[in-house]
Design a protein around this ligand. Structure first.
Ligand code: SF4
Length: 262
């Protein structure tokens, strides 16, 4: 299938799953595709998806769950990886940074050099997240993510399925239209394990040195890289143009990359 067909397919898939429940969307993906990767950062959204994967034997068999072990995660997140595996009876495969790249980064910028400039921060996210993600997604046909449109302005136009030309696969966001209120209610009613930091005003949790609690009225992702402007606050994992940006121009690609990539 060429790229244009994949874009057309993604558009069709997006409308096809729009009216399904979240559980049906995940089942649909497992039933219709092979080589499916779900990346979890153990946030609320991802815990919900893990729960739905765990519920169905066929989902557990077909969907590979991976997490990026950046080496800078909160102890509470590390603990949650263990609890989630045990409680939901799933495997979560950890992808760590390439040792040489990491040493080179530290040599050039210092261990906490990411506070100094956006360039240094994105270089750190590249080494600890993007490069491992590239390895994790190698050979995948489908990537499932927990992106929700209510998370931030940058994520407000998320579609249920897009063709991701960065990784040449179809990327599903089955929670795209889920509200925070409904998500919280579902998690509570189903006793899904969550990070205790959420109760301390951390709605979005990434690496420890780059995440703080949010204040009243701030957006859900305001605590991530809090020292940067809002339009720069993505680590580059989700380089998500819309389906309507079919074969975007070079300048459009550059513009989108500036928002979240090296
Ligand atoms: Fe590095 Fe912070 Fe990005 Fe984690 S979130 S990879 S510590 S810059």
């Amino acid at each position: 299938m060429n790229k244009k067909d994949k874009i057309n397919l993604s558009q069709k898939l997006s409308s096809l799953i729009e009216n399904l429940s979240i559980s049906q969307r995940i089942n649909f993906i497992a039933e219709n595709f092979a080589n499916i990767i779900f990346t979890t950062s153990l946030g609320l959204e991802d815990q919900l998806i893990s729960f739905f994967i765990a519920k169905e034997e066929k989902n557990r068999k077909k969907i590979k769950i991976i997490t990026l072990q950046t080496g800078r995660l909160f102890p509470q997140t590390l603990e949650l990886i263990k609890t989630t595996k045990e409680q939901l009876n799933i495997n979560i495969i950890e992808f760590a940074p390439n040792e040489k790249l990491l040493n080179d980064y530290i040599k050039q910028y210092g261990l906490n050099g990411f506070y100094e400039s956006i360039k240094a921060r994105k270089a750190c996210c590249f080494v600890r997240k993007i490069e491992p993600l590239k390895r994790a997604l190698k050979g995948a046909d489908v990537w499932i993510t927990g992106l929700r449109s209510g998370q931030s302005n940058i994520r407000s136009n998320i579609e249920f399925a897009i063709y991701d030309y960065e990784y040449d696969l179809i990327k599903f966001s089955p929670l795209a239209d889920l509200t925070k209120g409904k998500m919280d209610e579902f998690i509570k009613n189903n006793n899904i394990p969550i990070n205790p930091l959420h109760k301390k005003n951390y709605p979005s949790i990434g690496c420890e040195p780059c995440t703080r609690a949010i204040r009243n009225g701030e957006s859900e992702r305001a605590g991530r890289w809090w020292w940067e402007n809002d339009d720069k606050k993505e680590c580059g994992l989700h380089f998500t143009p819309k389906n309507s940006d079919i074969f975007p121009t070079d300048s459009k690609i550059k513009e989108i990359k500036k928002m979240g990539k090296l």
